[in-house]
Design a protein around this ligand. Structure first.
Ligand SMILES: [Zn+2]
Length: 83
């Protein structure tokens, strides 16, 4: 797996991932990311939905938390992705 996380295909995270927060954003930061559900370009400085996920992960004996952020173009895509 040499792909970086940002450009890997958006596999559905496993059941150990917990959705922490989903909300609409009018602005998050400059840039564009792919909708995790339908793949269209999402302008991060315009209206979109952001999802924060995390999972606990043991690393060298210490419990760490791994975080992921997905973006969606619409509420419908959030719902489609969740189901
Ligand atoms: Zn979408």
């Amino acid at each position: 797996m040499s792909h970086t996380k940002r450009h890997a295909s958006r596999h559905h995270p496993g059941s150990d991932w917990v959705v922490q927060d989903v909300r609409s954003y009018a602005y998050w930061r400059a840039g564009v990311d792919d909708c995790a559900a339908c793949g269209v370009d999402v302008a991060l400085d315009d209206d979109h939905y952001g999802m924060e996920l995390f999972r606990e992960r043991a690393t060298e004996g210490k419990l760490g938390v791994e975080r992921e952020r997905l973006v969606f173009c619409s509420r419908g895509c959030v719902d489609a992705w969740l189901h």
